[in-house]
Design a protein around this ligand. Structure first.
Ligand code: ZN
Length: 168
């Protein structure tokens, strides 16, 4: 299998733990996350988006820092690494369409998002975890706050999800 994450994944049977470079991961059905998302939306409306975004943001910040250190990655390599990892952990097929530290811009295309697929139809983007992860990554690289939008989403009827991140 051409998947560097799975190839290096360790299983600690004693703890019931999956580890990649000593970082614990878990497998979870998209439906589990989406049920949480929809329950949060019922209570909070649009503000629920921020909850998943915050979760992704924390994960993206931690992962970017960790793997930059482990693999000695440059800024551009970090972005490519995180996109490849996103693909390899099953979050959809990631492509970095543009990235510039000078202009603080990062654009990302994700095909076949499992979050959008599990969610069904929506009038706004639903892939807040992905949006958050890459906002966290970009925040670290740009050294300034960022705005992250999902301008197109599979759940909105587009052919893929498109994330646009800008330094502010
Ligand atoms: Zn989406």
């Amino acid at each position: 299998m051409n998947n560097s994450i799975i190839a290096d994944l360790k299983f600690d049977e004693e703890r019931g733990a999956l580890l990649y470079n000593d970082v614990r991961y878990l497998l979870i059905r998209p439906e589990t996350l989406i049920a949480f998302q929809k329950a949060a939306e019922e209570t909070l409306g649009v503000r629920a988006d921020d909850l998943l975004f915050a979760g992704g943001y924390t994960g993206g910040t931690l992962s970017a820092k960790k793997y930059r250190e482990v693999f000695g990655l440059t800024d551009a390599q970090s972005v490519e690494f995180m996109a490849k990892m996103g693909t390899e952990i099953g979050w959809g097929k990631f492509t970095v369409s543009s990235f510039s530290v000078a202009s603080c811009t990062l654009d990302l295309i994700v095909e076949s998002s499992p979050f959008a697929t599990a969610y069904g139809k929506s009038e706004r983007g639903v892939c807040h975890l992905i949006r958050g992860v890459f906002a966290g990554l970009a925040r670290g690289i740009f050294g300034r706050e960022v705005i992250a939008n999902e301008e197109e989403c599979l759940a909105m009827g587009h052919t893929h999800c498109k994330f646009v991140i800008r330094g502010v």
